[in-house]
Structure formats: structure tokens, C-alpha cells
Design a protein around this ligand. Sequence first.
Ligand SMILES: [Zn+2]
Ligand SMILES: [Zn+2]
Length: 350
Amino acid sequence: MWSIIGHSPVLAALGRALQSESPAHAWLFAGPEGMGKRTAALEFAAALNCTSTDKPCGACRACRDTLTLQHPDVELVVPGGICDEAEHRDHADSRDLRICQVRRLERVISLSPYAGGRRIAIIDDADSLRAEAANAFLKTLEEPPDGTVIILLAEREERLPETVLSRCQRLAFRPLDRDTVIEALTVRGAEPRQAEVIAAAAGGRIGWALQALEDPELLSERESMIDDALRLAHAGRAERFAWAKGAESRVPDVRERYQRELGVWESWWRDVLQAGAGATEGLVNRDRATLLAEEGRLYTADEIVNFLRKLLETREYLLANVDPQLALENLTLDLPTAGGSARPSTVRAR
Ligand SMILES: [Zn+2]
Ligand SMILES: [Zn+2]
């Protein structure tokens, strides 16, 4: 039994692979964060070695060891993870998948499996494979040792070289519809109103929705990120820079925090754009629909589209080694400005 909610085309494809004598040996699970890609990969890995007829059963040794990441033949590779080089101790901060990790993986999968079944490698954040590491990996991806299955997980598959993409069987993880998310939350004990609010904020990301049900902090963090987006559009430069200064802190996950915040801003400004065009359906932040409609009247579409582009750019900078505070300061300079003085008020009267 899969525990994955929704994603029926994905499950159908995986089901077919499990029935086949020789399933594809390289897979790409593509889609935004919080969509269940990693869960799907682990369950697929479990199913590939599951000894029961209803795969993955979740109960046999292979299933249990895989799902708890204790299976000797299941290798999870993440940015900053281990390699074979004794002098490479200090990789924990690395945001890339490095060539030394690829070399280690190649060594590991060249050994015969301990448990005698299939050997599975799951490469998380595969879009952070640097070009040289990706190149080093091509041959393995093309022709892995017998019985090996490699699963790449990527949020932004367009960052992967075509040579990698073309060697993988691709499965797309798309946002789930709201009713499916609400139902999943309700089944897990959410109150109707709570399910509505979480589902609205989740924007189809089921993993995020379930996490938010467990951890109310997630929802309040998101609320405060939207408050930032709203406040800063109405604020002067000093206040905007004060916000960006938060990125100066040496908290280890500061880049991820702002990455998340900019993701939330993206959903907010897309909504403002839509609401400004008179849309009421399909808003992610529909719990703030009235406010969105008001905000939508304050900015031009061009201004918002331009800002959305800057948001994407800045998220790329946060992934690279650009000083986060500087990147965020620059971003705030392009924030749409409520009732900006340079614009005639007739611009929106279309
Ligand atoms: Zn099993
Ligand atoms: Zn290394």
C-alpha cells in the first residue's frame, strides 16, 4: 500500500514498473518541494525489494528497513553528504552535490547488494549536481550495474543538463487539488476550518499541508512571511533594508529561511496579480481574498511581473554564493510600491 496521496499517474507508472521484469534503471521525480517526491522514492525503493505480493507492504523486513533509511542497499545522497576522501571533513555546509559524492556512490553501487535484492540510490536535490559531478555521473546513469535503480529528485529539473534528463524516466509531481488536500487533512483529524486554512496555504503541496497539521508553527511562519510581503510594499527604504538585514545573522539555515520566505512571497504576488485582474478563483491565499483584491488595485501588472522575475533571480542567488543580505536589499528596491508617485493613476483604468 502506497501512503502517497493523490498523484495517481505517478503511482500507475510505478505500479507498472514493479510488474515489469526489468524496470527503468534511472528515474527523475520532478516537482516542487513538499509534493511527496521523497516519500514516493522511498516507497518505490521499498517496493522494489518487498517480499510481499502487495508492494510496498510496509511490513516486511525490506520495507521497514528502507522506509527507516536503514536498508544496507538503499543509498540516499544529499547535498553536503559524505564521500570517501578522508580530508573532506567539512562538507556539511555544501549546497551542491559534489563530484566526490558521485565517486563514492559509484563505488557503493558497484558492490553486490548485501541483501541480494536490488540496490537503490536516491539522489535528493539532484538539481544541485554541479556540471562536473553531473558529467561524472552520466555513464553510471546510462548503464548502472545490474539490479541497480537510481532515482533523482528535483525541484527545478531545468537546472539539470539535458544529458542527464534524457537518460531518466521522468515522473511529474503536480500540485494536488484543494479538495484532495482537505480530505487528507480531515482524515487525519483536522477541524473543517483548520483544513480549509491549511489547504489554502498549501497550494497543493500535500507534504507541506500534513506537516502544517502536525506543526502549527509552519502556518504562523507563513502568515508572518505574508505580513512581511504586505508591509514592505507599503514601507520606505529604511524599513525594507531592516528586513533584509535579518539575513546577516549567522543562523545556519538563514538562506533556507529566506528561500522559503521568497517562495511564499511568490505565491502572494501571483495572487495580487490575479486579484488585480479581477480573479477570485484559483488564489492560493484565498483566506485573504478581500485584502488581495484591495492590493491588486494598487499596482500595475508590469510592476508585479517584473518583481516576480526578480524574486526568481534572487532565489537563484540564495542558492549560489551571493551575499544574502545584499541580494535581498536589491530585491526590495524592486518591490512594487503602493501608489508609487511616478505612475499616473489612470494606468490601471483598463
Ligand atoms: Zn514489503
Ligand atoms: Zn568530498
